[in-house]
Design a protein around this ligand. Structure first.
Ligand code: C5P
Length: 323
């Protein structure tokens, strides 16, 4: 019984190490778990069989069976001990690998350059990100579109925007290659996106997809709100693009007017400030510059000057990698 309890306790510890330390969902843990269940079932079955049989057997046969059964039980009883030993060995191996890998992670140079660009709405970060990606031949992901796509999915279903279950499901099944800017750029989708963006489960799913994208060689440019702080904290270049709320609202206003639409400047400014407030003050991954981000204020700066600033930082990072 003690062996069984000890095996079980070790399996629980193993599971925790695999999930938290090694980020493996079911590794050797699963194997040992089934071995443990098998041992448990076998011991119960043999014990029950022996007890039931003894009532029907002649005394001489019963004593032989009891002796044989005793041997069998002892042998089976040893298998939990084997599990414990195996598990302990695995535990040591897992811990060793964990420390070794963490060390290797720190030393290894990522194979591709990652450029993280954060900033509030209409700061110019999207235009800058596209410009950089085109100049360097890197992949570009506007992570705002991923939040917009999840919000659009909920809007299309007529589901409430606080339905965390549906939002997480949509986030998990999101296909990054099917983000359609022309559909997702609608104003109401942006508003809805900033509401679903406060849900930790949605963020977790989208961040995982964005991290996968960031690993695409030869390099990736990601823009959003939490790229330098959460999605790619190891990015070699981090930019935080900002501009006054009035300048940003004016850009949006001009965009809408030049596309032939009608807009109210004060309403746009209020909307923008409300969105900033939601993005900067949420508990999970609020919008803020990473400690090592370079700030670029575009209030009085055109996109070309912002690009030249960014280019000089990127070229320095590339030169550091080749030295
Ligand atoms: O940048 P865009 O306006 O398309 O983003 C829509 C919303 O998605 C933002 O207001 C923000 O709430 C959310 N978002 C986020 N994290 C990102 C990108 C966008 O929370 N990395």
């Amino acid at each position: 019984m003690y062996f069984l309890l000890a095996s079980f306790a070790i399996l629980v510890i193993l599971y925790a190490i695999e999930r938290i330390g090694l980020r493996v969902r079911f590794g050797l843990f699963a194997l040992l778990f089934w071995l443990f269940l098998f041992q448990f079932a076998m011991i119960l079955a043999v014990d029950t069989l022996l007890q039931n049989l003894s009532a029907y057997l002649p005394v001489w046969l019963d004593s032989i069976m009891t002796t044989l059964g005793g041997f069998l039980l002892v042998t089976l009883g040893i298998t939990p001990l084997i599990t414990v030993v195996l598990a302990a060995a695995y535990l040591l191996f897992a811990l060793w690998q964990w420390f070794f890998d963490r060390d290797a992670e720190v030393r290894a140079t990522p194979p591709q350059l990652v450029i993280a660009i954060d900033g509030p709405a209409a700061s110019g970060k999207g235009t800058l990100a596209r410009r950089i990606a085109a100049a360097y031949g890197y992949h570009h992901l506007d992570t705002g579109l991923t939040y917009r796509a999840v919000a659009k999915c909920l809007l299309d279903q007529g589901a409430p925007l606080d339905d965390e279950f549906l939002a997480e499901k949509a986030a998990r099944s999101l296909d990054l290659s099917k983000l359609d800017r022309s559909v997702l750029s609608a104003h109401d989708v942006g508003e809805a996106a900033s509401k679903i963006a406060v849900m930790p489960a949605v963020r977790r799913a989208l961040v995982a997809a964005q991290q996968g994208f960031a690993a695409t060689p030869p390099g990736a440019v990601l823009d959003g709100r939490d790229i330098g702080t959460v999605v790619c904290p190891d990015a070699q270049v981090k930019l935080y693009i900002t501009a006054s709320a009035e300048a940003r609202a004016q850009r949006r206003f001009d965009e809408v007017r030049s596309a032939g639409g009608s807009a109210d400047f004060d309403e746009m400014l209020a909307d923008l400030k409300r969105r900033d407030d939601r993005d900067m003050n949420r508990t999970d991954s609020p919008l803020k510059p990473a400690a090592d981000a370079h700030l670029i204020d575009t209030t009085e700066m055109d996109i070309e000057t912002a690009f030249l600033n960014a280019k000089s930082l990127i070229d320095q990072a590339l030169a550091r990698r080749t030295n």
